[in-house]
Design a protein around this ligand. Structure first.
Ligand code: PEP
Length: 264
């Protein structure tokens, strides 16, 4: 597989959502660690995003065996501490060696009423604690059919990245996730996914300059499987995938992490 433009190393992230107890999570990570070989980690960076209850167990396992899989969280609150019953702070995540934090996932926006303002605060909190946000943006089916996909996605970028400096952008990953493709088995065609990822990169160039645009990884997410990862990754502006359902099973996720290349 040729190097990505700007040498962007693809990032394959497994979002386990509200699945897997800490015991299940340990079992999946053990199998993943066994399946993935050094050549696979050369090709792509891999992160797993267990539920909060499994973070500590997975961290211990990754650290103990020096497994080169990055630990990720699915969400975070934006305050460091305080009377916020049920929330988890960026300080707590950073202490667990969490590297990546998903912010603005469409399920959080839809089911928990997260506005762009909240997403922006969370993103800034992640950066403040030296972790790397994976910012999710994407349109609904109605928006796609109304021809306003780019307006929606670029508008989210504008709002969610308020106050983020060009230097901080080096830590950021953007995940383009068409909402109609998440968990539906209906993947965007590689050409459609590429068109939006390219529009994201053009927006980055206009707002942050060519260096940031070339260096920022833009993932695609929405029903990614071992069968479609290779064709998605063949596109110039798609730098990996945010994977939900297919990341729950170690073998399927390992196949995706290999970017569709055969296991050696
Ligand atoms: C997701 O959770 O972000 C996602 C893309 O899910 P799925 O792969 O199941 O569509």
């Amino acid at each position: 597989m040729p190097a990505r433009p700007g040498e962007r190393k693809p990032l394959i992230s497994g979002n386990w959502k509200m699945h897997h107890t800490h015991l299940d999570a340990i079992a999946v990570v053990q199998k993943l660690a066994y399946s993935l070989l050094p050549a696979d980690y050369e090709r792509a960076e891999v992160s797993v995003h267990p539920a909060f209850t499994a973070l500590r167990s997975v961290q211990t396992l990754l650290d103990a065996d020096d497994v080169p899989i990055a630990l990720g969280a699915q969400d975070v609150f934006y305050e460091d501490s305080g009377a916020f019953t049920g929330e988890v702070s960026p300080v707590m995540l950073a202490k667990l060696n969490v590297s990546y934090v998903i912010v603005g996932h469409s399920e959080r926006r839809q089911h928990f009423g997260e506005s762009d303002e909240v997403v922006n605060k969370k993103l800034l909190a992640v950066l403040r604690h030296k972790m790397r946000p994976i910012l999710c943006v994407g349109e609904t089916l109605d928006e796609r059919e109304a021809g306003v996909t780019e307006t929606k996605v670029l508008g989210q970028l504008e709002a969610d990245l308020q106050g983020v400096s060009p230097e901080a952008m080096a830590s950021l990953v953007i995940a383009y996730e068409p909402i109609w493709a998440i968990g539906t088995g209906r993947t965007a065609s590689p050409a459609d996914a590429e068109a939006v990822c390219k529009a994201v990169r053009t927006w980055l160039a206009e707002h942050y300059g060519a260096g940031v645009a070339t260096g920022t990884r833009v993932q695609y997410g929405g029903s990614v499987t071992p069968d479609n990862i290779a064709e998605l990754m063949a596109e110039d502006d798609i730098d990996g995938a945010l994977v939900g359902g297919a990341s729950l099973d170690a073998e399927r996720f390992a196949q995706i992490a290999r970017l569709g290349q055969p296991a050696k």
